[in-house]
Design a protein around this ligand. Structure first.
Ligand SMILES: Cc1cc2nc3c(=O)[nH]c(=O)nc-3n(C[C@H](O)[C@H](O)[C@H](O)COP(=O)(O)OP(=O)(O)OC[C@H]3O[C@@H](n4cnc5c(N)ncnc54)[C@H](O)[C@@H]3O)c2cc1C
Length: 399
């Protein structure tokens, strides 16, 4: 279970960035609720916001580097962390669905360079299709004469939506086939017909931009279909014949990213636990430190135990994904489910331990609680994670 030297160095490096750059800036960007360009620029300058960083972390064959990195960054601040890593959602979609040539072409363009930073976004969710990603209404129609795809529809809740340089959009090619009739498309920078709709004002992770993406007769080259036309045509033919598919475009991306999402939730939970522990040792009431009361000490014991348990699930799922062991019991979902719910629970307990000081914006604990809640909602709600696990363990199509 020991981390190796590379992993330890990575954690120390990122902890320094989280402590010295993210923590001091977190309150300001939460209040401003704008994209924190200076922080992204600093991350790019240091090589944290870069293709190399993600490629190196992903190359760790134990799978741990990426989850270690994300726990540290979210410990610094979850909103700033999402602003730095939101691009990786689009990158993961290109990795999961693109040909090797498409990966080579598009992934570097998602990050740009420190002097010319680019962002990426991944658009699946729609106003009427959130958990039920098989019911997407965004349509992609092929125009054979020009070898172009024409996209129409509205995506909602999209991280970096409308401000990204590269948007990966999941759309329905053959609606009658529901989820199996979908494909992923890259929409290049400045493509006419793609625009930002409403920008959302959020409860937490407010430094991360979330907005609608509107697609109106948005024409993209045929080569922007991830996986290519031949592979899509074969897949659609198999689906029409009623043969089993491997996995749907959107689901393939979400499966791969679940432990990474859980790792961020862990970072928030650890931040709140550490803060509450220090506070409980300092704060005196009735002539003794509040940690001397079993009621408070047991809360802290439970918080630490749940965090460590969640981390083991996250590490296991990351290791299984990296070593290509199938999630036969929904282990990816388990990791995200437990880590997300742990973060909400632990941050709420931290508020309780701080009392009134936990409830005001002068202290970071209420922000951590607001930030934690999204981890039971996005990339599959807790209910959907339970559904995945229930179906996997029972073999029954639980509704
Ligand atoms: C800040 C933020 C960032 C996001 N970033 C992105 C992004 O970058 N890209 C993207 O594509 N999407 C993104 N999302 C969308 C996110 O993934 C969805 O909000 C999420 O999947 C839930 O969909 P919904 O909001 O439509 O809720 P719904 O699907 O309408 O669910 C509402 C409630 O019903 C429950 N429910 C639904 N179906 C079932 C069922 N079968 N069984 C039991 N319970 C069920 C849900 O668990 C939930 O409690 C983001 C959302 C937010 C808030």
């Amino acid at each position: 279970m020991d981390l190796n030297d590379d992993q330890r160095t990575l954690v120390e490096w990122l902890h320094g960035f989280a402590e010295n750059v993210m923590r001091p800036a977190a309150h300001e960007w939460d209040e401003r609720e704008e994209t924190p360009w200076p922080i992204i620029e600093e991350a790019a300058r240091l090589g944290i916001y870069s293709l190399d960083f993600f490629a190196n972390a992903m190359a760790d064959r134990s799978g741990l580097s990426i989850v270690l990195a994300l726990e540290e960054l979210a410990w610094g601040d979850a909103g700033l962390c999402m602003a730095i890593i939101g691009t990786s959602l689009g990158v993961a979609a290109i990795m999961a669905n693109g040909t090797p040539e498409q990966q080579m072409e598009w992934i570097p363009r998602c990050f740009g360079t420190p002097d010319d930073i680019k962002l990426a976004a991944f658009g699946v969710s729609e106003p009427d299709a959130g958990s039920d990603v098989s019911s997407l209404r965004t349509r992609a129609v092929y125009d054979e004469a020009s070898d172009e795809w024409v996209l129409n529809g509205t995506k909602t809740w999209i991280t970096n939506g409308g401000i990204a340089d590269v948007h990966v959009i999941v759309a329905s090619v053959e609606p009658a086939l529901a989820g199996r009739g979908q494909a992923s498309f890259v929409v290049p920078e400045k493509t006419p017909g793609l625009s930002m709709g409403q920008k959302f004002s959020k409860m937490g992770i407010r430094a991360s931009h979330t907005a609608e993406v509107v697609l109106e007769d948005c024409r993209i080259p045929g080569s922007c279909l991830l996986g290519g036309k031949d592979r899509l045509d074969e897949r659609l033919a198999r689906a029409r014949d009623g043969q089993r598919s491997q996995s749907q475009a959107a689901m393939a991306t979400f499966e791969a990213t679940r432990p990474a999402v859980g790792a961020q939730a862990l970072g928030i939970a650890r931040a709140a636990y550490e803060y509450a522990l220090d506070y409980a040792k300092e704060r005196k009431q009735f002539g003794r430190a509040i940690v001397e009361n079993q009621a408070i000490a047991f809360k802290l014991a439970d918080m630490k135990t749940r965090i460590d348990g969640a981390r083991l699930l996250v590490w296991r799922a990351a290791w299984m994904a990296a070593t290509r062991k199938p999630y036969l019991n929904g282990e990816g979902s388990m990791s995200k489910l437990v880590a997300g719910e742990t973060a909400v629970h632990v941050t709420e307990e931290a508020i309780q331990i701080l009392g009134g000081y936990g409830y005001v914006r002068d202290y970071p604990v209420e922000r951590w609680h607001r930030d934690s809640k999204i981890y039971t909602i996005f990339e599959g709600t807790s209910e959907i994670q339970r559904l995945v696990i229930a179906r996997a363990i029972s073999g029954v199509r639980v509704q």
